[in-house]
Ligand binder design. Structure first.
Ligand SMILES: [Zn+2]
Length: 251
C-alpha cells in the first residue's frame, strides 16, 4: 500500500502490525554524469517494485528525499539536512507512525550519508520507548542486505557500493538513460584511502575531484536491471521478516 494514495480512515483501519516502510534517500551531486536525484530515484524504484509484490501486507511512506549530504556540499545542487537536524527529522517521522499505533517501522535507506544518523534515530526512539516490548525498529541499506551482484553476474566488477559508480550508473541507465551524461569518459576514482579498518572523517572532495567514486565506465543498463532485481529481492526478503516477526524481543 502507498500511504500517499490513501485517506485517513483507510489508514486507521489497518492492522497495527503492518510494517511501515520509510524509504530514505538524498538529493546530492552524483559526478558529472548522473542527476542529483539519483539516490531518491533508485530507492524509489526499489520501493515501487517491493510494494508491488507485497501489496496490502506493508505500508510505504513516500521517499524522504532530503538526506544528510553535508559531505557533498562542496558540489553545487546538493541539498542537505545537517546531521542533527536529520536525526530529529527521522525521529519525528518514526514517532508520527508510533502515535497512530503502528509498531513495526522499517527505514529502507538509499544513501550512505544517512547510515549514522539513521541508526542514531532508531536508537533514540527505542530508548525513549524503552518500556515497550512490542516495537520493531529497523534501519537497512538496500545494497547491504546480503546479495553479491558480482557473483550473480560475473561481468559486474564492483563489490560494494561506491558513488555514481558502476552500480548506480548502471541502475540509472536502466531507469532513465536520457538523464545519464558521458559516463564512458569518467576517469575511475579509487574508493580506497578511507583509513580502514578505522573510520576516518571525510568530505567528498577529499576523495574525488569529479564527484564520483568508483568506475562508471563499465556501467550498462543490463547490469542495472540485474542490480535492481537483486536489491529488490533483498528488500522484499527483509520486509517478509518484518511481516512474520512474532513480537519476541530478539530472535
Ligand atoms: Zn548515490
Amino acid at each position: 500500500m502507498l500511504l500517499q494514495e490513501m485517506n485517513w480512515p483507510a489508514v486507521a483501519a489497518l492492522s497495527k502490525d503492518t510494517p511501515v516502510v520509510i524509504p530514505t534517500a538524498a538529493l546530492e551531486q552524483h559526478g558529472h554524469h548522473l542527476p542529483v536525484f539519483t539516490d531518491s530515484m533508485l530507492v524509489g524504484e526499489i520501493a515501487r517494485r517491493a510494494e508491488s509484490r507485497l501489496r496490502e501486507r506493508t505500508l510505504f511512506a513516500p521517499v524522504a528525499w532530503l538526506g544528510n549530504s553535508q559531505h557533498h556540499m562542496d558540489f553545487p545542487g546538493t541539498m542537505s539536512a545537517s546531521p542533527r537536524v536529520y536525526i530529529d527529522l527521522l525521529v519525528d517521522m518514526i514517532e508520527n507512525f508510533l502515535a497512530h499505533g503502528f509498531r513495526r517501522i522499517v527505514l529502507v535507506n538509499g544513501h550512505g550519508g544517512n547510515n549514522v544518523p539513521g541508526e542514531q534515530a532508531i536508537f533514540e526512539v527505542r530508548q525513549k520507548h524503552r518500556d515497550r516490548d512490542d516495537l520493531l525498529l529497523v534501519f537497512a541499506c538496500y545494497w547491504a542486505l546480503g546479495c553479491k551482484p558480482h557473483e550473480a553476474d560475473r561481468s559486474i566488477e564492483q563489490q560494494a557500493m561506491g558513488h555514481a559508480c558502476e552500480w548506480e550508473t548502471s541502475m540509472i541507465l536502466a531507469l532513465a538513460p536520457q538523464l545519464v551524461g558521458d559516463y564512458r569518459r569518467a576517469e575511475p576514482v579509487d574508493p580506497a584511502g578511507t583509513f580502514d579498518p578505522a573510520h576516518r572523517g571525510w568530505t567528498t572532495k577529499d576523495r574525488s575531484t569529479p564527484g564520483h567514486i568508483g568506475n562508471p565506465r563499465v556501467a550498462s543498463a543490463a547490469k542495472g536491471e540485474t542490480l535492481l532485481g537483486l536489491f529488490t529481492a533483498d528488500v522484499v526478503n527483509l520486509l517478509e521478516r518484518a511481516i512474520a516477526w512474532n513480537g519476541s524481543p530478539w530472535s
